[in-house]
Ligand binder design. Structure first.
Ligand SMILES: [Zn+2]
Ligand SMILES: [Zn+2]
Ligand SMILES: [Zn+2]
Length: 307
């Protein structure tokens, strides 16, 4: 047990599995705390064809403390995603609306653990607190200021197949939260990679993030050791201490156009087939331009412009 800030926080929700304790605000009249198994990383769930803990990507042979673009095969193949301090570089989307995918150095790379191309894999570093929001159940806030571009946390859980995601969504009671995130990435050749992550039963601190139509975090698929992406959340602006952390479940961010406008026809068709028959739930984010309903799923346009 970690005791932080006197008696207010008595529990580390991660039971020591994270680098820093995940705190829970203990106050009166809080909703019932959900039971789930804590896992800092994705695990293989029903229908998942690739074990996310398996190392399936090649590594570089750099002998330096930190990799540099002149000599590193990882950075030459996939581009540089972070600056020397591990802050995400501005990944301004091109006219096509696609941003290049992020690949970190992995278990097969010979560079050191402190290589600046290792960020998400180093795990949680910020002091975050789960607390009871006024009207949206549990939420997650930061106890320290977070600069723009900083990695905040992963959205980790069971990696499942579409069929399993569908089965779980259709058997949900209307008062239950839907935690399943579907990420669609464009692989460059026009093919689309889909990843379904469900943190409801096995998951990490990311499951407490609420949706907002005006969020302060955005989600980016990041590959480390495996072809199965980790769903990483980064600060989309400078965030003050004690602000609630939120992201847009539809994959958008603030002033950027909604993903739908940029999607290809094939993506729109897949999206429609994936969400057919699912019930929409009201959104209580309170943003000026609130869409009134929670998005049903998320598309991330990552990859090269398909021809
Ligand atoms: Zn490296
Ligand atoms: Zn390297
Ligand atoms: Zn490498």
């Amino acid at each position: 047990m970690n005791v932080v800030d006197g008696s207010k926080h008595a529990v580390d929700l991660s039971h020591g599995l994270e680098n820093v304790p995940v705190l829970i605000e203990r106050s009166s009249s809080v909703p019932i705390f959900p039971e789930f198994q804590y896992s800092p990383e994705n695990i293989e769930g029903p229908g998942c064809t690739v074990d996310p803990s398996e190392v399936t990507l090649p590594g570089c042979s750099c002998l330096y403390h930190s990799c540099c673009t002149e000599s590193c095969s990882c950075l030459q193949t996939h581009g540089q995603a972070y600056d020397s301090t591990g802050t995400l570089l501005d990944r301004t989307q091109t006219d096509s609306g696609y941003c290049s995918p992020v690949f970190e150095c992995n278990a097969l790379c010979s560079c050191s653990d402190t290589c600046s191309n290792r960020v998400v894999q180093r795990g949680l570093r910020l002091r975050l607190e789960i607390y009871s929001t006024r009207n949206r159940g549990w939420g997650l806030r930061t106890l320290e200021a977070i600069p723009h571009g900083t990695f905040v946390c992963e959205y980790a859980g069971e990696v499942i197949s579409f069929e399993e995601a569908r089965r779980r969504q259709l058997t949900q009671r209307s008062e239950e939260n839907n935690y399943i995130i579907a990420v669609r990435e464009h692989a460059g050749t026009g093919s689309i990679i889909e990843t379904f992550v469900d943190p409801a039963v096995v998951g990490n601190v990311g499951r407490f993030l609420n949706h907002s139509c005006l969020p302060n975090l955005f989600m980016l698929p990041v590959r480390v050791h495996s072809v199965v992406p980790r769903l990483a959340l980064f600060a989309g602006r400078n965030i003050d201490a004690h602000e609630e952390l939120t992201f847009d479940y539809s994959g958008g961010y603030s002033n950027q156009p909604p993903v739908e406008l940029l999607s290809t026809q094939s993506d729109a068709a897949i999206k429609a087939s994936r969400t057919d028959g699912l019930q929409r739930k009201p959104c209580h984010c309170g943003a000026n331009k609130c869409a009134q309903f929670l998005p049903l799923d998320l598309s991330i346009l990552s990859g090269n412009n398909p021809k």
